[in-house]
Ligand binder design. Structure first.
Ligand code: GLA
Length: 722
């Protein structure tokens, strides 16, 4: 393959299948599995994820025979393989001959063998054996026609994302040397004069273990970065071997949605295909809302390219305290949601439900009752239906809104101590902003703080605690080019070494936002302050706020508080000073900050930068984003319902609009006239009426094909809905 040419999964259909663990079953079951897979429309399976001990029972002695047979049996049925390098877990003989490769926890205890992922990511022994195993797999199966994709390791960091062993500390020191050059650089970056932590030799530096008191925050932050990079290095080692032996075969590793421990932007850069494992909790009736954000990230990690849902549960999982099954129809709607958001298929953990071991109560496509099981019946039905969606393969989701995801800020703002409040939660904040936009009808893409932002009408930044000049410049350029930008609380606070920006927050975003934070003002536990929004005019049209009673803070007009009681603000506030020319859009309405600016906007010729200094309850965020969307000339649903989701995938000629009803009550929506439902005649009883409305029953879905429009069709609840 020519350097730089994209490698893609070798499959000419939407992927359907799951993890397959044939080594847990006698050989006669393999034939039955292949037959039933074919019956269910399975075309891809992931294996052998945890089978290193079965493939190399003794050091250097390989037994490929069983895997050869399994692959042949599957290939005879036309089923392709997402071939794992089998490096997700080490064999016991490796650990017992090299106990130093076991990971340590923060308290300095070595974690024992007996589960999976029993390795320190930095261990040289582990790395050497991983590379050897990967090469052996590639040399054995690299030419096999069934090979569709390399599946490297499995869910990096799932069990062990951080290791505090001596080897990790040594690796951490090397990483720090590369980052800072010399000890002066490190001492300066870490601000060691505080609490007397100056280092005089590299060997004095340790991974930040449990200490006598709060640990140096920059040391903590660097350890987060290092730990993500240590696993990335491991990933890269395998990629290098596979690219050498099988240069044409695409590689992936399965992600875990919005996972704090790993900076997936960096992982996605080095792989060919983004894959994700998603386990929305069936006990949570709103689980599909954060799932939409997860999927928005997945499609964005490689610039809008299709990705693949590599694992989900057919019904219950077995790792929560209480594992609720999926109601009939829920697996289907969950799968369709991932496909709506750009996944080119729907895969599961796992094909056949285990008979023993840690995951015997985890559901599977083929349940304990076999062909008769409800999960198999639903699997088979959905497999047949999936064929109707063939036209959407390779198409791209169209979103007008992007949400900034920045792992540095996530790590820094969620340190375990030494922050203004432990209640400001990066993920909760990102989810809350996504939820409001979701309800108003907008699927959001994810984007780095440096962009690219072109093509988006609205960019939202729920939190950018760590902000540098390059990020600020990229955001300012976006606004200068006419964009609408909304920035959330506790942003622009520190630089990349966790030093507070001169003059305080929002640091390099100060001129863009037109505000200064005098003090962060978190809300005490058990209190809920309030924020009121003032009614603002449209950007450009009037450039004014409809207000009456100026209080010195508004620069363009006075303030008229809304007549209601405002919105609960239970977590966070800020004492803002507002620059001349910055408008106050919302004010604190209770507590010490009462009357002061809470939400602002600053217009910059064509674009606008909004600042939301509070953590508002959902109704408050809905109100803020209603105002923002109106100013951005973007549509918003008048009536909202979290059960309704509409996402459009498009090619050059056609929009495929997925309409999903995630709830228990039927929903009637207005749809483009003349659209054709790809799922028509499927499991639903969809009802079209003459005035182009469509009724979706509980868990109902439609995929409407219509000629490509300038913007993706904007779907609203019909007035005729009760
Ligand atoms: C993860 C793992 C799988 C399996 C599932 C169970 O996604 O990758 O091996 O353990 O969880 O939900």
């Amino acid at each position: 393959m020519a350097d730089g040419a994209p490698r893609s999964i070798r499959l000419d259909a939407l992927a359907y299948g799951g993890d397959y663990n044939p080594d847990q079953w006698p050989e006669e079951v393999w034939l039955e599995d292949a037959r039933l897979m074919r019956e269910a429309g399975v075309n891809l399976v992931s294996l052998p994820v945890f089978s290193w001990p079965q493939l190399e029972p003794e050091p250097g002695v390989y037994d490929w025979s069983w895997l050869d047979r399994v692959i042949e049996i599957l290939w005879n049925e036309g089923i392709r393989i997402d071939l794992a390098t089998a490096t997700a877990t080490p064999p016991s003989w490796l650990i017992r001959s090299h106990p130093e490769m076991l990971p340590w926890n923060e308290q300095g205890q070595r974690l024992e063998f007996g589960s999976r992922q029993a390795y320190c990511p930095s261990s040289p022994v582990w790395r050497e054996h991983v590379v050897r195993m990967s090469r052996a797999m590639a040399e054995r199966y690299g030419e096999h026609p069934a090979l569709a994709l390399w599946h490297i390791s499995n869910e990096y960091g799932d069990h062990v994302a951080r290791c505090w062993c001596p080897e990790s500390s040594a690796h951490f020191r090397r990483w720090l040397q590369a980052r800072y050059g010399d000890l002066d650089g490190l001492n300066d970056a870490w601000g060691v004069n505080v609490w007397g932590q100056r280092y005089t030799a590299w060997e004095h530096i340790e991974a930040p273990r449990q200490a006598t008191g709060p640990v140096n925050p920059t040391q903590l932050l660097d350890f987060e970065r290092f730990s993500s990079d240590a696993l990335l290095e491991l990933f890269q080692l395998e990629i290098d071997v596979l690219r050498e032996v099988t240069p044409d075969v695409a590689v992936t590793t399965n992600f875990m949605s919005l996972f704090r421990e790993l900076d997936y932007w960096t992982f996605a850069e080095v792989e060919d295909l983004v894959t994700d494992d998603a386990y929305p909790d069936p006990a949570d009736p709103h689980a599909h809302v954060p799932a939409a954000l997860n999927y928005g990230l997945m499609r964005s990690l490689k610039g809008g390219q299709p990705w693949l849902l590599l694992e989900q549960a057919a019904s219950a999982v077995s790792w929560r305290d209480v594992n609720v099954p999926k109601a009939p129809g829920r697996m289907r709607i969950d799968s369709l949601q991932a496909i709506a958001h750009g996944s080119d298929g729907a895969m599961f953990f796992q094909w056949r439900q285990a008979k023993y071991g840690q995951e015997k109560f985890h559901s599977a496509m083929l349940g304990h009752r076999g062909e008769a099981s409800r999960s198999f019946q639903e699997t088979k039905a959905f497999g047949a239906e999936l064929e109707r969606l063939a036209p959407v393969r390779g198409t791209r989701v169209r979103s007008r809104v992007a949400l900034v995801v920045d792992w540095d800020s996530w790590w820094g703002s969620s340190a375990p101590e030494s922050l203004p409040s432990q209640r400001l939660d990066w993920l909760a904040q990102a989810r809350a902003w996504n939820a409001a936009l979701y309800e108003l009808g907008h699927p959001v893409d994810a984007v780095r703080a440096t962009g690219p932002f072109d093509g988006y009408d609205l960019v939202v930044v729920p939190n950018l605690y760590i902000a540098d000049v390059a990020q600020a410049a990229a955001l300012a350029d976006y606004v200068a080019a006419g964009g609408q930008l909304v920035v959330g609380p506790f942003s622009g606070v520190v630089d990349a070494t966790e030093k507070v920006h001169d003059g305080g927050a929002p640091g390099p975003l100060r001129d863009l936002l037109g505000v200064e934070v005098d003090e962060h003002w978190p809300v005490p536990d058990g209190h809920a302050e309030r924020v009121e929004l003032v009614s603002v005019g449209r950007v450009g049209a009037q450039r004014r706020i409809e207000t009456t009673a100026g209080e010195g803070l508004d620069t363009l007009a006075g303030a008229r508080y809304s007549t209601g009681e405002g919105y609960a603000n239970p977590i966070w506030g800020e004492w803002l000073e507002v620059h001349d020319g910055t408008e106050v859009v919302g004010r604190y309405a209770s507590g010490e900050l009462a009357g002061r600016a809470a939400v602002t906007r600053r217009m910059h010729v064509d674009g606008t930068a909004w600042y939301v200094s509070a953590v508002l309850e959902s109704a408050g965020m809905l109100a803020v984003f209603r105002t923002v969307l109106a100013a951005a000339n973007l549509p918003a649903r008048e009536r909202t319902d979290t059960d309704l989701e509409a996402v459009t995938r498009s090619d050059e000629t056609t929009d495929y609009t997925f309409l999903l009803n995630h709830g228990r009550h039927e929903l009637t929506v207005d749809v483009p006239e003349g659209a054709v439902d790809l799922l028509g005649g499927g499991l639903d009883t969809l009802r079209y009426s003459t005035d182009a409305t469509l009724t979706l029953p509980s868990f109902g879905a439609a995929v409407l094909a219509s000629p490509r429009a300038a913007h993706a069709p904007f779907i609203t609840l019909s007035d005729s809905t009760d």
